[in-house]
Design a protein around this ligand. Structure first.
Ligand SMILES: C[S@@+](CC[C@H](N)C(=O)[O-])C[C@H]1O[C@@H](n2cnc3c(N)ncnc32)[C@H](O)[C@@H]1O
Length: 249
């Protein structure tokens, strides 16, 4: 995950008013990167609960919590398609790149609504490939790598248009949408997004989905090949990160 995407997340956390002492739910927390950003916002007097269906991703999150010696961030295996009354009620719920993986995000959000206090905030950051890649200069390898990532997510059932759909999904789930925005994830000579790190992380999935072969990807030389392709002044938008801020009535 790039600094770029984490900075977008930090700004969304701040604009959602997530602050010291709050109890916050991180939906689809994965390895806990967002949970720890939330933890900084709520401080030692607050609490963050991260939930995910993937137990092995949660192990990394739990390990980080143990090694940082913090007890006010907890991680539990849970499917947000189900009612989760055992989690209790939260001041705010947050999620990054999770709604795009759900078959029925509206019904999941209706479930989550019962875990959010009246007037509480829900905030989501979701990717969208509808108008990307966007560029002036042709960058064939960048375009190819971008396609490997997006096509894999699509074959796995991901919704590549969740960003544009966010306001509708939140409204249909009974929340009042207060703010929507989209920020560009840029690859450039200095604005460097670690494409090859992402590809390395999902390489088995790219191959399994039949999107590209290991030989074609050639992961050990990929970063260098991308660097060589980028001209001095280049701006390549690989993703739009949509953020939505909504409130439970
Ligand atoms: C792309 S990852 C994002 C992880 C984390 N939010 C982040 O931004 O670093 C999507 C996560 O959503 C989780 N997920 C997908 N469907 C879910 C569900 N029904 N309930 C809970 N988590 C789910 C996946 O297991 C995965 O960890």
């Amino acid at each position: 995950m790039s600094e770029n995407e984490n900075s977008i997340t930090e700004r969304l956390i701040a604009s959602a008013g997530i602050a010291k002492g709050m109890r916050v739910l991180d939906i689809g927390c994965g390895n806990g990167v967002v949970s720890f950003l939330l933890l900084e916002a709520v401080g030692p007097e607050g609490e963050v609960i991260g939930i995910d269906i993937n137990g092995s991703a949660l192990e990394m999150a739990k390990h980080r919590a143990q090694s940082s010696n913090v007890s006010n961030v907890k991680f539990c295996v849970a499917d947000i398609s189900a009612h989760l009354p055992e989690l209790g009620v939260f001041d705010a719920a947050f999620g990054r790149r999770v709604l795009m993986y759900l078959q029925d995000p509206v019904s999941a959000l209706k479930n989550i609504s019962s875990n959010v206090k009246s007037g509480g905030v829900v905030a989501f950051q979701e990717s969208d490939s509808t108008i990307t890649p966007a560029r002036i200069t042709s960058l064939p390898l960048h375009e190819k790598v971008n396609q490997w990532i997006w096509r894999t997510v699509e074959r796995e059932g991901g919704n590549l248009h969740m960003g544009f759909e966010l306001p509708t999904v939140l409204t249909e789930s009974g929340f009042i949408v207060e703010n929507v925005k989209a920020e560009a994830i840029i690859q450039g000579q200095k604005l460097h997004y670690p494409f090859s790190t992402v590809v390395r992380a999902i390489l088995p999935r790219i191959v399994e989905q039949g999107i590209a072969t290991e030989a074609e990807i050639d992961i050990d030389t990929l970063e260098q090949r991308l660097k060589e392709e980028r001209p001095k002044s280049c701006v390549f938008i690989s993703d739009l990160a949509f953020s939505v801020l909504a409130r439970k009535p």
